[in-house]
Design a binder for this molecule. Sequence first.
Ligand SMILES: [Zn+2]
Length: 311
Amino acid sequence: MTTSNAPALKIIALGGLHEIGKNTWVFEYNDEIMLLDGGLSFPDNMMPGVNVVLPDMTYLRENKHKIKGMIVTHGHEDHIGAISFHLKQFEIPVIYGPRLAMALLEDKLREAGVLNRTELRRVMPRDIVRVGTNFFVEFIRNTHSIADSFSIAINTPAGMVIHSGDFKIDHTPVDGEFFDLARLAEHGEKGVLALISDSTNAERPGITPSERAVYPNLEKYIMMAKGRVIITTFASSVHRVNMILDIADKQGRVVGVVGRSMLNVIAHARNLGYIKCRDDLFQPLQNLRHYRDDQILILTTGSQGGPMSAL
Ligand SMILES: [Zn+2]
């Protein structure tokens, strides 16, 4: 039971509410703050000269003594891209998140020279961690376009809060890691104080097909191609990249990878077993001239037409 004198749980979205990008949530109870995700967004055409867009961090700078730690749901830029900037302004003692996101984040923090300002801890499905004294956080496997993504159950003195993280319910996930809906249902049975749910285009009626549905068409069009095949997709779309590599291998094409983020994500995802393929499937770009055009597939970043990307 809570009484009127009990401290309130504050849940504040500094970014990511009614917008795509900058996902940054603050959970505050008593004198403790736990952050959930630290994302950025990219400038639109009205922001010439701007590289990245960050949420307004004034509240966190003013309350930095309260920050006990951060939870990361998954490795997309709009969920981890701002963390290196935050660490230059205030301390985050510990960051918990999935292995793939933590591997990508570690690269970013090292590059920004702030890796020593926090501690990165990898979690597995259904792990429970404590942040400060008030937040008990459980990681619940969900399905999303990037592998190794979580929904989050946050047990606080005021009650249970479920944060869905980004998700697409996919009953036949490419990596075989199913959405742990049973665990969410268990929390639902016990009672939930608040549900924070985020899925792009959730307002649109209908269902989104499984990622696997893309495979037959990809296979068909790559098969029909008489010359080189050049494919662009989000580097972080690990499942799609995995399928493309699989098809290239089956059809006797070697793969050249273009773009730093594509190389990074593939390397980390292979390390963690989310992408499975032979080493010699990949060829350095300068070796591709030794192959016929119909033996080559090039995988590149740039699917959004970004002026700085490889395509
Ligand atoms: Zn996402």
